[in-house]
Design a binder for this molecule. Sequence first.
Ligand code: 13P
Length: 252
Amino acid sequence: MRTPLVAGNWKMNKTAAQARQLVQEMLPGLQAVTTVERVICPPFPAIWAVSELLQGTGIGLGAQNLYWEASGAFTGEVSPGMVKEFCQYVILGHSERRAYFGETDVTVNRKVKAALANELIPIVCVGETLTENEAGQTAAVIERQLRLGLQELSPEQGQKLVIAYEPVWAIGTGRAASGTGANAVVADCIRPTLASLFGEAVAQSIRILYGGSVTAANAAEFFSQPEIDGALVGGASLKPAEFVPITQAAAR
Ligand code: 13P
């Protein structure tokens, strides 16, 4: 059995003060949903403030990125150890980082290894663009992202991963994938690729989330799919009236 996981990716939203207020608004609702792993991923400057509020609540904290080196002259970057001081999770390879910040499968792989070496749970994002989708390249693109991004990991390391399937055309567009469509990508491509990398048993144990325009209204459609184990939520994770019901839908 895979425990459902719902993570909120706040992206570049909320100051530390605003983050504190938002967490306080959501906290009672989130705490009530005990059968779902719930994770909040605020921007770096808000991590400390949010970590204090989440102490002892059972709700996890995640970063949205890290750099693979332990320390040194890397202006503007944040090391795995710095993340680990406050967080249990880290989102890696998000399509926005690939599109705007030069992230590649190679750098994603370095970051995944660094996260695992520091006992952080990587939430590794994969997904095709609209052009790739329309050209019938969805499976090939995702398989490449997984094979290169997860290169040289052992099955023991593979077991610790969370994968997020986020079709780029569905992110922030209000145009979510269909539940059955997303489930088919997971069933036909993502889980088989994980099985070929780590073996069938490990592949069956890895949580695979859907992300892309998830709302309180459509969440149940994804969670009712047998291969989808939760969601990586962007815009709706900034609204308590959306994010709390999404976690409740994952509990059903
Ligand atoms: P939206 O939920 O805003 O479409 O964003 C999804 C996402 O990118 C989560 O990482």
